[in-house]
Each structure stands twice: as C-alpha cells, then as structure tokens.
Write a protein that binds this ligand. Sequence first.
Ligand SMILES: [Zn+2]
Length: 174
Amino acid sequence: MNYPTETLNRTITVFSQNYLPISRINIRRAIILLVTGKAEALTSLTQEYWEVRSVNLILEVPTHIRLKDKSKERVWKVPPVNRREVLKRDKYQCQYCGTGDKLTLDHVIPKSKGGKHTWDNVVTACAKCNCFKGDRTPVQAGMVLKKLPTPPLHPSLVFAEQFWRHQNELGVEH
Ligand SMILES: [Zn+2]
C-alpha cells in the first residue's frame, strides 16, 4: 500500500484489554493489529479516525485502539538499581543539599549497617554530602532527605498518567 507520508507519521494510542492506556504505536502497526483482529477500535473515548488511502482502498484507522488479547500486556519487573536511572529519578540533584555538582550514589542506610543496594535505599548525593555523611545514617548525621526514594513505576503506569494528564489539558470529557 502506498500511504501518504503525513498520515504515516500519525500515532495510535493502544489500550490494554483492561482499558489502561499502555503505549503509542505507528499507524502501520495499528493497521496490522486491526486487520488481524488482535485489536479493535476504542470509540468510547473519541470518534476520531485517520484516513489512509491507497489506490483502491480507504481505511479509517481509529486514533485509539484496544487490544483484545490479555497476553499482549507487557510483563515487566523492577529493573536493577543503576546510576543513570537513580540520577534521573532524583532529577540530577543531591537529595540532601540540592546541588547538581559532583553527583555520586549514597546508601541511605550504609551497607555496613545492613543497608541494601535497592531503589528505596539508594539516593543521589553530591560528593561533599556523601563524604560528610560517611558511614552514618541520615539521622546520625543530622541530615534530611528531600524526599523518600522509591522504585521506578511500571512504564505503562507512567504512560497512563501522562496520557490522562494530556487528555485533561485538552479538555477531553471522559
Ligand atoms: Zn549535597
């Protein structure tokens, strides 16, 4: 099929069987899912369609589709702690003083005191705070965390949150 380029750049929002918005895919993939019966139009949210024309066919591709198959929902587990993601989560700020200089990772409860290398015990700390804190807990060092560290959210939940926020900004009724 020969699609006009601007239509091909369109994306379709995919919902799980349980109506959780899970991802955005390109229109080609959406057409394949629809044609093979793996997804259906989700018209309760919007009646919008992208029109895709070929020589002898006009396809109306709904802007929101819902997967029919439960197994398509992604299996996901919390990734191991890594520096890049911890810095990102903490917005590249020392969690004690707020600076963005010379960032390191700090174990809130030091490893020597039984602290684990887990998402809720590892925070971004600048070299100065980390050095001052040393082998102490924040309480012992008289330091206060800006916020409690948490593990990353399931990507679908992050996507869903952004999706609904965007819908609200657009003033879409639901
Ligand atoms: Zn600091």
